[in-house]
Ligand binder design. Structure first.
Ligand code: FE2
Length: 398
């Protein structure tokens, strides 16, 4: 199994960088620079490998409002794994657990705990996507296959590796009309999902890689996938008194797929990225941001359902109005719910981060509501990292 992706290396040119007032470097030419040899129709699904998929599916249903739409496992003739497909608007999450003590899923869970295995792209031609990427240096994870769904048609897929043990599948559904994939069956009478949530689509997926590896994977997404660099945050931007990290955001040409890549930077204490790497025991997906158009209602409901979020200090909200102006929600409401706000030249955004959703301090979710801003909340980074450091200290990991 590939532990790391191959890495064609070209010293990076980043278009015409423009430093904004926060110190982040935004590349306004990114969308034009991205190459179109790999047309992506967005993110088809995100698959987690977990210890207990049945219970994980109940968590996503009862707390997050996802509806179970498809299942595969013993009852569908699959003997080594159970998978639940959870859907909310355009977000599809697949939860897969091992049924046997051996094999790649059990090994993955033993090493990493629960975590993201696959960020799958929706494509028009999965064989072409595989050919284009492997010809440019990607290591194949699944060669192009046609999965025969009988009267439901044929689903075509392939996959390549990226950082750590994460892979990108290419899923072509043009000739397939069945439930999620051949081998799955529809969940006929799903238990009621939590109501009042409006999570619409995956906004971005963030990868944590080892010290010194960020540029390698920036090059990888540029050379292999044709992505371009949208923003660069260095450790002068993302630091507190104690720790730091560096981040570059890669985007495809349509802007529908955005992948920030983080690496730890040295500080007096341990970077949150290093904490992730120590507990995940590999590079991996740190967080997935889910876009909503009703962050207030959605976060209120998530909190009622028991989802835990990072807390922000009162001082953050005292200065918020001066920094961001009117963001359509009273500051008191933002503080009550722990929602953060940020503004840049293009508009503003509202965002909030959960605590890690599994026992290990690894993966978490972000909820984001955008009003013009295509950024990632750089104005919140310092306060946010201080909040994370408080939790790291409680865990004995700072
Ligand atoms: Fe994010």
């Amino acid at each position: 199994m590939a532990k790391t992706a191959p890495h064609p290396v070209h010293p990076g040119e980043t278009g015409t960088p423009a430093a904004n007032q926060s110190g982040a470097v935004l590349n306004r030419d990114a969308f034009a620079e991205a190459k179109d040899f790999l047309p992506l129709d967005g993110i088809d699904h995100v698959e987690f490998w977990v210890g207990n998929a049945r219970q994980a599916s109940a968590y996503f249903r009862a707390l997050w409002g996802f509806t179970p739409v498809a299942f595969s496992g013993l009852e569908t003739g699959v003997r080594d794994r159970a998978s639940y497909v959870m859907q909310q608007h355009d977000i599809r999450i697949v939860l897969t657990a091992p049924l046997t003590p051996d094999g790649e899923i059990a090994e993955h869970v033993r090493a990493h705990g629960d975590g993201v295995r696959d960020i799958a792209f929706a494509v028009q031609d999965s064989a072409a996507a595989w050919r284009e990427t492997t010809a440019r240096g990607a290591r194949s994870a699944i060669e192009p296959v046609e999965l025969d769904g009988g009267e439901d048609g044929i689903l075509r897929r392939s996959a390549v590796w990226t950082y750590g043990e994460v892979r990108h599948s290419f899923v072509d559904r043009r000739d397939y009309h069945g439930v999620f994939a051949p081998g799955y069956r529809k969940v006929r009478k799903p238990a009621a999902a939590a109501q009042g949530l409006s999570l619409l689509e995956v906004d971005h997926c963030v990868g944590n890689v080892g010290l010194g590896d960020m540029d390698r994977f920036v090059d990888y997404y540029r050379d292999v996938f044709g992505f371009a660099q949208l923003i660069h945050y260095d450790d002068k931007v993302i630091h507190t008194d104690y720790s730091a990290l560096m981040s570059k955001v890669m985007t495809n040409g349509s802007g529908r797929v955005k992948f920030p890549i983080n690496e730890p930077a040295t500080g007096k204490k341990k970077s949150q990225i290093q904490e992730f790497l120590d507990w995940y025991h590999a590079p991996g997906v740190q967080h997935v941001a889910l876009r909503t158009e009703d962050i207030v209602g959605t976060v209120r409901r998530l909190r009622e359902n028991g989802v835990e979020f990072l807390g922000m200090p009162h001082a953050y909200y005292e200065s918020l109005a001066d920094r961001v102006g009117d963001v359509g929600v009273p500051i008191d409401t933002l503080e009550e719910l722990g929602i953060e706000a940020d503004r840049d030249e293009e508009g503003y955004l509202l965002q909030i981060f959960t605590r890690p959703i599994q026992d290990r301090p690894t993966f978490f979710f972000e909820i984001i509501e955008r009003h013009g801003s295509r950024g990632f909340g750089v104005g919140n980074f310092k306060a946010l990292f201080e909040a994370i450091e408080l939790e790291q200290a409680r865990r004995g990991n700072l």
